[in-house]
Ligand binder design. Structure first.
Ligand SMILES: [Zn+2]
Length: 190
């Protein structure tokens, strides 16, 4: 099976999460050069808003256990809400979703490969089908008299609730008895 005709995941399909981390580059010099006013502004943001005041932001799009992220360093926001209202968030969300689509395509390719590795040969499939048939509840699965369900759902296939009526004389089960209405039927099922 090939998944070449997949549609793309959109914003409606995915979960978007925002996480922040410490920005390793300090705002004082590496990025902005020396600018007293700017540095004071950043320091004020840090004082007031903590980590959000100076951080790197990671926007992650996830879908069914698969995820992809977009990162942006040197950020300064009041909080997540303020970041989500910013244009950068929209760009990063778009980027994360595009990346997630690539991840999901690769994932399906891997699943395809795994599926072909685990596929049974025709012969194996035939013997597997025969085994399933063997394990089926044999008829009658309903009491021929009161129509009660005779399948033993507690113990599962192939166990049934029907009670064997054993003939010592003939040394075999001659009849089956319904546990509910106690009616009997002969061992061939009628
Ligand atoms: Zn019955």
């Amino acid at each position: 099976m090939k998944y070449t005709l997949m549609r793309q995941l959109t914003e409606a399909d995915v979960t978007i999460t925002v996480e922040i981390d410490e920005e390793t580059d300090h705002y004082s010099s590496e990025i902005f050069g020396y600018d007293k006013e700017l540095q004071d502004a950043f320091q004020a943001m840090i004082d007031e808003h903590g980590l959000w005041g100076w951080c790197s932001v990671c926007v992650t799009a996830s879908w069914r256990g698969q995820a992809a992220s977009a990162h942006l360093g040197a950020c300064s926001y009041e909080n997540e809400e303020a970041f989500r209202a910013d244009g950068y968030f929209e760009d990063m969300r778009t980027e994360a979703i595009a990346e997630l689509n690539a991840v999901v395509r690769d994932w399906f390719a891997e699943v395809d490969e795994a599926r072909s590795e685990l596929s049974l040969t025709a012969e194996e499939a035939a013997s597997r089908r025969a085994l399933y048939k063997e394990l089926r509840w044999k008829n009658p699965i309903w009491c021929p008299h009161c129509k009660a369900d005779l399948r033993d759902h507690k113990n599962g296939v192939p166990f049934k609730r029907s009670i064997a009526v054993y003939s010592r004389e003939q040394d075999r089960t001659t009849h089956w008895k319904c546990p509910d209405c106690e009616a009997t039927w002969d061992r061939n099922g009628v």
